[in-house]
Design a protein around this ligand. Sequence first.
Ligand code: PRP
Length: 218
Amino acid sequence: MVNDRYLTFALGKGRLANKTMELLESIGITCEEIKDKNTRKLIFVNEELKLKFFLSKGPDVPTYVEYGAADIGVVGSDTIMEENRNVYEVLDLGFGKCKMCVCGPASAAELLQHHERIRVASKYPRIARDYFYDQKHQTVDIIKLNGSVELGPIVNLTDVIVDIVETGSTLRENGLQVLEEICPLSARVIVNPVSMQMENERIKDIVTKLKEAISKQD
Ligand code: PRP
């Protein structure tokens, strides 16, 4: 029986999406239109394989997947943790590696050690709360920012930040450092729980091929 239902992928815009398309290409899943940098199109189709792809802001990917608007999503584990959606996490793609850390000026190390009531800036208030309240049992005030979080301690808004560190250059250039490591991060594949049942064979096939492709890269 031919399955005419399209499987839809939601990809977090930017570098992750490019890397994901490269990986999908290596297992025979292609989509030429998505590579066109000048296009304003939002959805891309591979008629032959009955696949659709769309690009969205990273934090929206788990939302699309939870509601079934996308069957499969690719997004960073930071976003998955922060959004806390009802999705299955099925594969670590091994790229987009970085770390979630508590960072600040060297002088803030003491405040952390003594469990002082400090101010924390973050794009990830849930991750910050879980870390300080549940793991460290430290009461803190969390201030949500939407980017350039490193400004927090520099302009004296907060004592520290909870943020992603990749190369460490943003910290270095702003006189900040990693004070505590929270967890490693990387790009993950997530799946809608109903799609996982209804389209089990197709999704399993894609995940198996992706796993093989990743292991060949190592
Ligand atoms: C991310 C993150 C850090 C920086 C870390 O920000 O929030 O600021 O990258 O990378 P590095 O360790 O290699 O310097 P992003 O570039 O996404 O911009 P934003 O701060 O505006 O969110």
